[in-house]
Design a protein around this ligand. Sequence first.
Ligand code: AMP
Length: 448
Amino acid sequence: METFNELKISKQLQYAITDLGFEKPTPIQARSFSVIMSGTDMVGIAQTGTGKTFAYMLPILQDLKFSKQVHPRIMILVPTRELVLQVVEEIEKFGKYSSIRVVGIYGGTNINRQKEAVAQGTDIIVATPGRLYDLIISRAIQLKSIKKVVIDEVDVMLDLGFRFQLTNILELLPDKRQNIMFSATMTDDVNVFIHEFFIAPVTVSVAVSGTPLDNISQYAYKVENFYTKANLLKLLLQNEKDFKKVLVFVPNKKSADLLFDILDEFFGSEVAVIHSNKTQNYRIRSIENFNTEKTRILVTTDVMARGLDLDLISHVINFDTPNFPENYMHRIGRTGRAEQEGTAILLYTQKEEAAKNAIEDLMDFKIEELDFPKEVEISKQLTYEEQPQIVEINNPSNVEVAGPAFHEKKEKNKKENQGGSYKRTIKQKYKKPKTRGDKNYNKRKKRK
Ligand code: AMP
């Protein structure tokens, strides 16, 4: 492995690296450095935890000459506000010995303050596409000096529906620029995107996605249903000694809230939840508390957790079994980082067994099955999705049991099919129907 010395990086960056305690570049850093320095477009396939942020920041900062000019020269696009904050923080650590100016741009906060920050002059802008686009069209940001654009976590960005903003932003950038992209997975969507905007990119790929990580022990429990999974989880989490810092993945925000309510009753302030319907402050606070180990358990959806730099996770619990095997890889990759040992536990139902098999096929590895503990109560209670649908005798199109296709439907489509019984449950829980909230959620999502 090369050393940082071999990369011939500047004194200022060397000092910062020494401060951070990094001994040698990670594989993605070693391999991206010369590609990015050469000025060609680059596609990096690397997951969070591989050191990919510094993989693009090192050569960018190495190349960035001191300047007093107002307009930004580097643009870094990331999918979530949390990531903006994280990347800004990393750049600040690196820029400690040089006078790098960096501004973070993200939605959900005062736009005028961000306009003022940009107007003061900046070298680097780190932004989510939605808010950045708002600032560009209001002419608060000038793009003419942009020399390099980094699009990080492109797969997540496209999943979140940012294609429109992303395309618009790229079309407004100067033609003569370097494009750098990082994605954890190579999907058709990502491929189309590369073809549209990149010129003869060099691909740098580390660890073929789907390779099980050596320092993660993987176990699986076959469990009856959602509430029984919750009972099992409660038992596991009582072992505070081993389950020191636990990330619990759920498939969507509805499950996140449901599970959080159950765990909250039992574990109180030891548990927090993040998903896209929580306010930004709440999310930031939850992540901070989890990082500083004020909370031991964090319940999260895939999109919220991806890209977050969470250290020393002892356990990743897959409360559901992801339909896309690669999402399982992303989830478990949040533990066992930086040479630490980690444990991943998968809770799967009969219906999820096929998804589990697909994961094992991808990894070419059989997850060790553990016996379901006798002391855990098997719940007969079913969630709405688990319940057989009510059959209207005169309606031939009704199906008797909610099959897999039903589960695959998008949240908003599900709502349309949910008859009286769902509304009654929600009404009971919240005292009034919640349909309005969901409409607003969709609006917010578009605006991001
Ligand atoms: P990332 O994949 O960019 O989210 O980085 C994951 C973590 O690895 C971050 O906490 C970095 O501080 C850390 N890191 C990055 N580069 C190195 C390195 N060369 N040696 C040790 N740790 C690193």
